[in-house]
Design a protein around this ligand. Structure first.
Ligand code: HEC
Ligand code: HEC
Length: 194
């Protein structure tokens, strides 16, 4: 059952637009309920809630399906995604993809030592191979540049500990063996990107 749902989710993300044209303007109307948490311009100003501005359409689509099917378990998002039609997901995704990404207003100033430590860890782990060199993401791989720092850190801890389910296990492999301080440094480095 799980395998079938995941296959459907991956297919939906791989061929977004194949069946339905995305309508970002319709997405903007639907998104009114999302902005209270994810930020007026798609940049979250609330701790532990990720920014969505500039996230690739396929990534948002896939994550909404994972929430809807209860595979990625976050009660508040499972509730918002429950019974949401595919068309609404596609339009919401197109809307958020089209917003200009950027850091939250409360981004903390750069800590040079932490930044350098994060940079040194990221190269050998080939994060940029998937997340692309400016960490803007592509297709089902998320933008991680300028994301909220505490959200980035928590996500990596959850992947490391097998607590966040994605469509595959690529991220569990990418963070294996990283200590909490390593993760804090990487999160700081990524949050400082624009
Ligand atoms: C009450 C607050 C709240 C509302 C309203 C809300 N969300 Fe969320 N959303 C969250 C939280 C919290 C998370 C972080 C989940 C986690 O802990 O991993 C999240 C995560 C997400 C993610 C995953 C992003 C990522 O980078 O992993 C997407 C996509 C998303 N929400 C889309 C939406 C959409 C679309 C709506 C409106 C239909 C919406 N959300 C409404 C709180 C909210
Ligand atoms: C083999 C490709 C690949 C590599 C290498 C990789 N990632 Fe990822 N990453 C992904 C995919 C795919 C996802 C979405 C997975 C899911 O569905 O949860 C993701 C998700 C994430 C997220 C969650 C972001 C969000 O908004 O929910 C973070 C943070 C992240 N990656 C950071 C990293 C870091 C840091 C590295 C290097 C240590 C890395 N990734 C290496 C493919 C990769």
């Amino acid at each position: 059952m799980l395998a079938r749902l995941l296959a459907a989710a991956v297919l939906a993300a791989a061929f977004p637009g194949a069946a339905l044209a995305q309508d970002a303007r319709r997405g903007a109307d639907l998104a009114q309920t999302c902005l209270a948490c994810h930020g007026d311009n798609g940049r979250s100003q609330i701790e532990d809630i990720p920014s969505l501005a500039g996230q690739p359409t396929d990534f948002i689509t896939l994550q909404m399906i994972l929430f809807r099917e209860g595979i990625r378990r976050v009660p508040v998002m499972n509730q918002f995604a429950a019974d949401i039609p595919d068309r609404d997901i596609e339009d919401l995704a197109a809307y958020f993809d089209g917003l200009r990404p950027g850091p939250p207003d409360d981004r903390r100033p750069r800590d040079a030592d932490l930044y350098a430590a994060g940079q040194a860890l990221i190269g050998p782990r080939h994060c940029a191979t998937c997340h692309v060199p400016d960490f803007g993401g592509r297709a089902q791989i998320p933008r991680i540049a300028a994301q909220r720092e505490e959200f980035l850190a928590r996500s990596m801890v959850e992947y490391r500990e097998g607590r966040r389910a994605g469509a595959d296990t690529q991220m569990n492999g990418a963070v294996v063996g990283l200590s909490d301080p390593d993760i804090a440094a990487i999160a700081h480095y990524l949050a400082q990107q624009d």
